[in-house]
Write a protein that binds this ligand. Structure first.
Ligand code: ADP
Length: 632
């Protein structure tokens, strides 16, 4: 039994292929995690790094409490099952299962007990004397599983174990593996390119594309709340319907219009509560997604109706998929028309080719994505909301309250859009709010608030008591003010970045050698950040060398840190103070280091013109600039 932690893991193959980028996730004990994505997205590479079969370029892998980056595969307490079962043909099933344990010099009786127990779990007791060639594919795969089970590993890794089996057997083995997970009560990590396998087996699924994690979520959440068009299209059969279109908000209604069709639906604005308002003025192209099962051939089922022209139907027995086009005038009905739509109809439905039918749409399940980035415009935890505000004589009126703006935010009197990040909203302030709902978003508690008639979202701590009302606090350093589409006062940048490198230095140290103190050569390391030098521990240096290679000392690095991880000191990075920004509760010095501008948290009475800054070396995020790899 074990938990796993993957922290900023990267894999760059020697040929330069960046197979895995910044893979970060915690896996709890006994979870069944599935890595899923199209071929080449980096699933197997990630699994092989966990197994120890592939070196980790950068990042940290923990199994249980131990960092195992440099631990041999055999000492990691994991067992891996491969797609090609790799059984020894000349050995019996029993011998195949016992082989690994024999190598480990386990006593015969113990081996016997384990093999028999595993055979019982897998239902292959009667085949123990057979050779693999006298067995079916499914049975062989069971032996491969058995060989992993007898090792009683803390973690099972399975790399597409069912892809060599035919469809029927695959479905059967799928539930066998789920049952096995239940019986063994161990952590499973399973790789597949098949979304159905992922959805049916995983407690949580990691969807990957091009070496990047797209979303980590439960099967249900992936289906209901895909974070981008890729995930939306990857999960679910048939694939979600996508249309280009626009959203236009007027009062409490939003018009959903699909391009090149006459489909234009007026929906309550509440459906788009979480949507970024930039997308609701009709000027930005969006991609609208709706699944076949959320469109009905019964025009009376949902209040939103549209016409489409049928091209053909597919009878599936359980239901019937109607292929149609929302552009009823479309000439090309067969190929991938951008207005094509698949509708799930009851089994036995029949339509003539070219028949125009009326369908109804369940807009409560609408998904909307940015046409360029393809990210959802309404994340489950909204990144920010924009509210109307008015500034008069240094006071900001918004959300039904008036607050004194701190000296750091100075704008002319007038009307502004105030952009408030969700992270800036706290529940320990003074702005009265009504608690409308609480939503659990994975491990987060998202509180829906009504503040002066506007819906706001805040994250609550796990143990925070939330009543029917709350008092909202807004961290003013995180807000920005916009007028006519331009930012007039921007939020404080809290991610500082300075360029530099790591250096090694030959030093002589006194060491005890064979009972005598002797002078010996050694190496010391420094981080050279901008114009200053900081001691770098051997552990950190090793980490940078491991990730960046032996020539790390010639490579450009980027050091990132927050305004709180840098302090005024006697020695350090020399900077000139450009300005001091006063947010009332907090003060920051805006400092110039060469061409870089960094923000530093300073005491209220701070008035220096030039400073020296010490960095908290252990809190730096260190990035190898050329390959964009986070090394620490
Ligand atoms: P998946 O398991 O999702 O199909 P992989 O992890 O096998 O993907 O591969 C991810 C990427 O890394 C692909 O572009 C693949 O070509 C590349 N790759 C895999 N193994 C190697 C290797 N040994 N050397 C170089 N590139 C590799």
């Amino acid at each position: 039994m074990a938990s796993l932690q993957l922290n900023h893991i990267y894999k760059v193959y020697p040929n330069g292929v960046k197979a895995v980028n910044d893979f970060t996730m915690d896996i709890a004990d006994k979870e069944f995690i599935v890595f899923v994505g199209p071929s080449g997205c980096g699933k197997s590479t990630t699994l092989r790094m966990i197994a120890g079969l592939e070196e980790i370029t950068a990042g940290e892998l923990r199994i249980g409490d131990n960092v195992v980056n440099d631990v041999e595969p055999k000492d990691r307490d994991i067992a891996m099952v491969f797609q090609n079962y790799a059984l020894y043909p000349h050995m019996t099933v029993y011998e195949n299962m016992a082989f690994g344990l024999k190598l480990r010099k386990m006593p015969k009786e113990e081996i016997d007990a384990r093999v028999k127990e595993a055979a019982k779990i897998l239902g292959i007791t009667e085949y123990l004397d057979r050779k693999p060639k006298a067995m079916s594919g499914g049975q062989r795969q069971r032996v491969a599983l058995g060989r992993a089970i007898v090792r009683e590993p803390k973690v099972f890794l399975l790399d597409e174990p069912l892809s060599n089996l035919d469809a029927k057997l695959r479905t059967a083995m799928r539930s066998e593996i789920s049952k096995l997970h239940h019986k063994l009560q161990t952590t499973f990590i399973y790789v597949t390119h098949d979304q159905v396998e992922a959805m049916t087996m995983g407690t949580r699924i990691v969807v990957m594309k091009d070496g990047f994690i797209q979303q980590i979520d439960s099967p249900r959440n992936l289906y209901n709340y895909p974070c981008n068009k890729f995930v939306a299209g990857f999960i679910g059969t048939p694939q979600m319907n996508f249309f280009e279109g626009t959203l236009t908000k007027k009062g409490e209604k939003v018009t959903v219009a699909l391009d090149n069709t006459s489909v234009s639906l007026s929906a309550p604005a509440s459906i788009f509560n979480k949507a970024n308002p930039d997308y609701l003025d009709g000027s930005k192209k969006v991609i609208i997604g709706l699944r076949a099962e959320h469109i009905s051939v019964d025009p009376a089922l949902y209040p939103y109706k549209a016409k489409c022209r049928v091209s053909h139907t597919e009878e599936l027995g359980t239901d019937c998929q109607v292929y149609a086009d929302f552009n009823t005038e479309s000439e090309d009905m067969v190929s991938e028309s951008p207005t094509r739509v698949i509708v799930k109809a009851p089994a036995g439905s029949f339509y003539e080719v070219d028949q125009v039918i009326e369908v109804s749409l369940d807009l409560s399940h609408i998904h909307v994505f940015d046409a360029e980035t393809e990210d959802t415009i309404a994340p489950r935890i909204p990144a920010q909301i924009t509210v109307d505000g008015k500034v008069k004589s240094g006071k900001l009126t918004m959300l039904g309250t008036t607050i004194q703006l701190p000296p750091a935010i100075q704008v002319a009197d007038g009307a502004y859009g105030v952009v408030i990040p969700t992270a800036a909203i706290g529940l320990n302030g003074t702005i009265p709010a009504e608690v409308v709902a609480e939503e659990k978003v994975n491990t987060d508690r998202l509180i829906h608030l009504n503040v002066g008639g506007k819906v706001l979202f805040a994250l609550a701590n796990a143990d925070e008591k939330i009543g029917k009302t709350a008092n909202v606090a807004i961290d003013l350093k995180q807000i920005s003010l916009c007028a006519e589409g331009a930012v007039v006062a921007s939020a404080l940048n809290c991610v500082n970045s300075l360029a530099g490198k790591i250096s090694k230095h030959k030093i002589v140290v006194e060491k005890e050698v064979k009972g005598k103190m002797k002078k010996v050569n050694d190496l010391a390391f420094t981080l050279d950040v901008a114009n200053a030098t900081f001691d770098c521990s051997r552990t950190l240096a090793l980490r940078l060398v491991n990730g960046g290679g032996q020539d790390i000392f010639n490579k450009a690095l980027e050091f990132k840190f927050s305004p709180y991880d840098v302090t005024l000191a006697e020695q350090g990075v020399e900077a000139t103070v450009e300005s001091v920004v006063d947010y009332g509760a907090e003060t920051f010095a805006v400092c110039k280091v060469g061409d870089a501008v960094i923000n530093v948290s300073v005491p209220k009475d701070f008035a220096e013109q030039s400073v020296k800054l010490a960095l908290d070396v252990d809190k730096l995020a260190i990035i190898e600039t050329a390959r964009a790899i986070r090394l620490a």
